[in-house]
Design a protein around this ligand. Structure first.
Ligand code: SF4
Ligand code: SF4
Length: 153
């Protein structure tokens, strides 16, 4: 399956991927309304990598692991792998225990601002295109298979 890969050498740290992730997962799908009126946690987070001389940034999001620890740890059956290999979160089932947050080795799951459910990358499955990839101004994010990503690294 394809997933979003981040290339830190190209990341500007502009945060546009976070902005568009929130927009994609908003009710309005409107960039302004999503930020001013809706309380959405981005599923992609830009981390600054401390370097002695220069600033570097890295976009952190779910790897959709082959053997996902979050699915095994979920006490409510809310985390699951779908038929396409995508690791997803059913917000209706989630009880907000945050076990998945604790076990994810990448820190890819976020507590929602309402404190009830978790927010994680779903590859914009209901949106039709991955807005973070589409709107990254420096092509630091790419939708690739593992083989395609290894060829680029
Ligand atoms: S949009 Fe691209 S360049 Fe900007 S922070 Fe996100 S990954 Fe980095
Ligand atoms: S949330 Fe973490 S453990 Fe679960 S599939 Fe994504 S990267 Fe793997």
């Amino acid at each position: 399956m394809k997933r979003v890969y981040a290339f830190e050498s190209k990341c500007l740290g502009c945060g546009l991927c976070e902005v568009y992730c929130r927009t994609a997962h908003s009710k309005s799908k409107d960039i302004i309304k999503a930020h001013k009126k809706e309380n959405i946690t981005s599923s992609i987070v830009i981390e600054e990598i401390l370097q002695p001389k220069a600033k570097m940034y890295f976009a952190l999001q779910c790897r959709h692991c082959a053997s996902p620890k979050c699915v095994k740890a979920c006490i409510a059956g809310a985390m699951y792998k779908d038929e396409n290999g995508l690791v997803r979160n059913n917000k209706e089932k989630c009880v907000g225990c945050l076990s998945c947050v604790l076990v994810c080795p990448y820190g890819a799951i976020k507590k929602n601002k309402d404190g009830k459910a978790v927010s994680k990358c779903d590859l914009c499955i209901n949106y039709g295109t991955q807005l973070c990839v589409k709107n990254c101004p420096n092509e630091a994010l790419k939708l690739l298979t593992e083989e395609e990503a290894e060829a680029l690294i």
